[in-house]
Design a protein. Structure first.
Length: 212
């Protein structure tokens, strides 16, 4: 992947689009050398679409309920990604199961607001994750950027960042602190991909040292 040109991204959203906005802000600040070619949303009534349109990014809606199988739904999602010229697909609050086409293996990333493999899986998203962390009495939490496979929150881990869980935390305050780590972790994973520094070996992702 050439680093002389920005990496081309497709971003998938199902809600408020805070991760999408983080990418837009990082690109605007020139701290992330990327171009968002398309946004694909799983719902019509979400703020993520408003953020895309405000930034002048092409956006499409693909509703899961209109497709009889995961495979058909996924094919339509990735059709938009492919037609946009995207090189990497980034899930940002995307809540639908995907079947990853062969050509996209190792080219789809997600971020989860906990330290996988803990507190992941179907139904574990948003404040539910942070409440589960608090209920379990964890002393640290954080976020995980991982490649996506055909199971929820299961693909090989690229990187993780941690933060403390405070005695007086609520799900909301912990979510805010974890998101500050997400804001740094996800762009870093994209940069590593852009630099061809990620190698998948089974369940491990090795980060190749930067060339001199």
């Amino acid at each position: 992947m050439s680093t002389t040109k920005p990496i081309k991204l497709a971003v998938l959203v199902s809600g408020g689009g805070t991760t999408l906005q983080n990418f837009i802000d990082e690109i605007g600040a020139k701290t992330l050398y990327a171009e968002i070619k398309v946004v694909v949303a799983s719902r019509t009534d979400i703020k993520g679409l408003d953020r895309a349109r405000a930034a002048g990014i092409a956006a499409h809606v693909v509703e899961r309920s209109k497709f009889s199988t995961v495979e058909e739904f996924s094919a339509r999602v990735f059709k938009h990604c492919g037609e946009s010229g995207a090189e990497l697909v980034c899930l940002g609050g995307w809540l639908c199961m995907l079947a990853i086409p062969q050509r996209w293996h190792g080219k789809v990333m997600n971020i989860h607001p906990a330290l996988l493999p803990s507190f992941g899986g179907k139904g574990m998203y948003g404040l539910r994750v942070h409440q589960a962390v608090l209920d379990h009495g964890c002393k640290v939490s954080g976020c995980t950027v991982h490649f996506v496979d055909d199971q929820y929150d299961n693909g090989p881990i690229i990187l993780q960042r941690t933060c403390a869980v405070l005695d007086d935390d609520t799900a909301e305050t912990l979510a805010h602190r974890v998101f500050e780590e997400e804001r740094m972790a996800y762009p870093e994973a994209i940069r590593l991909c852009h630099q061809d520094r990620l190698t998948i070996e089974g369940r491990r992702v090795r980060i190749v040292p930067a060339s001199a």
